[in-house]
Structures are given as structure tokens and as C-alpha cells.
Design a protein. Structure first.
Length: 135
């Protein structure tokens, strides 16, 4: 996809300038179909260390975050309301259980840090991520 071509090019440019790029927001499907691995294995990244931090949440927390975002983000609400994915607690459960689990089983194929944002406050999340990256 064009978005990831652009992300790779920006990351490559930053690496060449001595900066450390952070590339985020890969869809769960990219983990499940190994496209994320293909992205990370590109020649432009071969000489650089890579750290995968997968952020997740407990289901109830995710549902409450979704409800809150629907209330404060009109564009998000417009895109999601009435889709049949998230209109009820049961639909949300089905989505995160069967369609797009927060921790897909394919994640085990990757070296990664699994960071549960429900169980840790923001400072703890930062500390855990920095410790992982610094290893």
C-alpha cells in the first residue's frame, strides 16, 4: 500500500540522517498475513536493529475507550456508528474475539514486546518500551 511505501521511505531517510524512526499503526491483518514481517525485512532496514512493540488492552477497557471516542470524535463516530461492528457490547466482543483480536496468534512469529495499556499507566508503558528498545 502507498501509505507503507511512504512510511518506509521516510524511515529510510531518517535512518540515513542518524535518526531513529518510529513506525506505528500497522493493522492487525498485517501481523496475521506476515506483511509486517515483509515490511521489517526490506533491504533498506537490513543494517538496523528493529523493535516491535505491540500495544494491546483488556477487552472491557477497549470497549469503554471505543464508546468514549464515539462521544468526542465526530469523524470516528460517523465512520463506525451503524456498521454492525461496534453498536453493541456483543458486537464489539465478536469483533475482538473472532475478527480482529487485539493479540493475534501470529504475533508469536515476531520478536516483540507485548504492552498491555490497561495494566500499565503511561509512565510504566514508556519505561517498559524504552527498556525493551535498549536491550
Amino acid at each position: 500500500e502507498q501509505t507503507y511505501i511512504i512510511k518506509a521511505r521516510i524511515a529510510s531517510d531518517n535512518l540515513q540522517r542518524g535518526k531513529v524512526p518510529v513506525i506505528d499503526c500497522f493493522p492487525i491483518a498485517y501481523i496475521q498475513n506476515m506483511q509486517l514481517q515483509a515490511f521489517m525485512n526490506q533491504d533498506i532496514f537490513k543494517d538496523y536493529p528493529k523493535s516491535l512493540i505491540h500495544c494491546t488492552f483488556d477487552e472491557e477497557d477497549g470497549y469503554q475507550r471505543h464508546i468514549k471516542r464515539m462521544e468526542i470524535d465526530e469523524e470516528f463516530a460517523r465512520r463506525n456508528k451503524g456498521t454492525g461492528k461496534f453498536d453493541t457490547r456483543e458486537q464489539f466482543h465478536d469483533f475482538v474475539t473472532n475478527i480482529q483480536p487485539p493479540v493475534p496468534e501470529e504475533l508469536e512469529e515476531y520478536e516483540h514486546l507485548l504492552l498491555n495499556t490497561t495494566k500499565h499507566n503511561p509512565k510504566q508503558c514508556v519505561d517498559l518500551a524504552l527498556n525493551y528498545i535498549s536491550r
